[in-house]
Design a protein around this ligand. Structure first.
Ligand SMILES: [Mg+2]
Length: 350
């Protein structure tokens, strides 16, 4: 299995987890079981259009990837570029796709041209409000005190593009653009670090243990580090999924979302179906925990471990694959690349 397959697995896996959890995001576990039977939801829900719909988690993950590659493209062309500035610009384009058109986005990139991305799929309030301020938050000078999971659920591409040493800081910076509490941005760093570690060959438990060590050098790490440690311990115990996840939390906040996902990924290993089902059939933020679990599994086991029957009906799967391949290629400089990541002014009338 080549490394490209891990990139594809990471982004496709995340999108599938997101699509599995999206229909039950706001349902309690009891409500899910009443609607889908005693095992809960364990297959993709196909919408009237024949597709399994992705939500804001996948949308924002794709825009993170676009920002990273835009920054690298500038750098390769000899220009100065701070990756978090380009990711912030990319999030401005995501904001535009959500119908929030008061701020004129920086019209780079190619995602904004995709009509299927111009859909509101229960976007997080913190992400919207923070981006609507027009200000880029940083971990050094946060502009809110949010620890919602909207920061972590989009940082996997940082772990694909940057090596372990750099991935943590980049994940923190990208999450902190909108989330100012350490438990909002540190899980973003930890997820990016874990993805980078998995790409370089670690197993999921090792990646989580290493991430805790890095976390412990950051102020405000207690919640994130202790929840991650709890998830490792629970995954190695006899506790069943329902009880284990309930002990971690509901995943609306970053530290819990990362820990629930890590638990599911360690406990169920390469069994995508079991791991993703566990990650969405709970009281909390099912699409975000599904998405992060899918990112982790895909980065460890690659696209071959993703059930083919779950790839085919996935909305915008070609866009997701292209984003994964572009992260892997980093920069090609072909005319096509320059169009996708160049500075050309677009006329978006969507
Ligand atoms: Mg969502």
């Amino acid at each position: 299995m080549g490394e490209r397959d891990l990139y594809r697995g990471c982004l496709l896996g995340g999108a599938i987890g997101d699509a599995l959890g999206y229909p039950v995001e706001f349902m309690s576990r009891d409500m899910i079981l009443r609607k889908f039977g005693k095992d809960g939801i364990n297959d993709l829900f196909i919408s009237k259009g024949g597709k399994a719909l992705i939500s804001d988690d996948t949308q924002m993950t794709l825009f993170t990837a676009e920002g990273i590659v835009c920054s690298e493209t500038l750098r390769r062309q000899g220009k100065m570029s701070e990756p978090s500035d380009e990711v912030f610009s990319a999030y401005g384009r995501w904001l535009f796709t959500q119908g929030e058109k008061r701020l004129e986005p920086d019209m780079k990139g190619w995602l904004i041209d995709h009509v299927d991305l111009h859909n509101r799929r229960a976007p997080g309030k913190t992400c919207l409000q923070s981006l609507l301020s027009g200000m880029k938050g940083t971990w050094q000078s946060p502009h809110n005190w949010s620890k919602g999971c909207g920061g972590v659920m989009r940082t996997a591409p940082a772990g694909l593009f940057y090596e372990k040493g750099e991935a943590f800081l980049k994940g923190v910076e990208f999450a902190a653009i909108t989330h100012g509490h350490p438990s909002g941005y540190l899980p973003g760093g930890a997820l990016a670090f874990m993805i980078a570690s998995l790409i370089s060959g670690s197993v999921i438990r090792e990646a989580a243990e290493e991430a805790i060590e890095v976390l412990e050098s950051w102020d405000g790490c207690q919640e994130t580090a202790s929840k991650l440690r709890l998830s490792i311990n629970l995954a190695g115990s006899e506790t069943d999924d329902v009880e284990a996840i309930a002990r971690i939390g509901e995943g609306w906040v970053g530290d819990e979302a990362l820990a629930i996902s890590t638990y599911c990924a360690i406990r169920h290993g390469s069994d995508f179906r079991k791991a993703l089902a566990a990650s969405v059939n709970h009281n909390g933020d099912s699409d975000s925990t599904g998405s992060i679990t899918g990112n982790l599994l895909g980065a460890r086991y690659g696209v071959e471990a993703v059930p083919a029957g779950w790839i085919d009906p996935l909305e915008i799967k070609d866009v997701i694959l292209r984003a994964a391949d572009d992260l892997y290629d980093r920069y090609t400089g072909t005319p096509d690349w320059k169009i996708r990541y160049g500075m050309g002014k677009k006329s978006v009338n969507l």
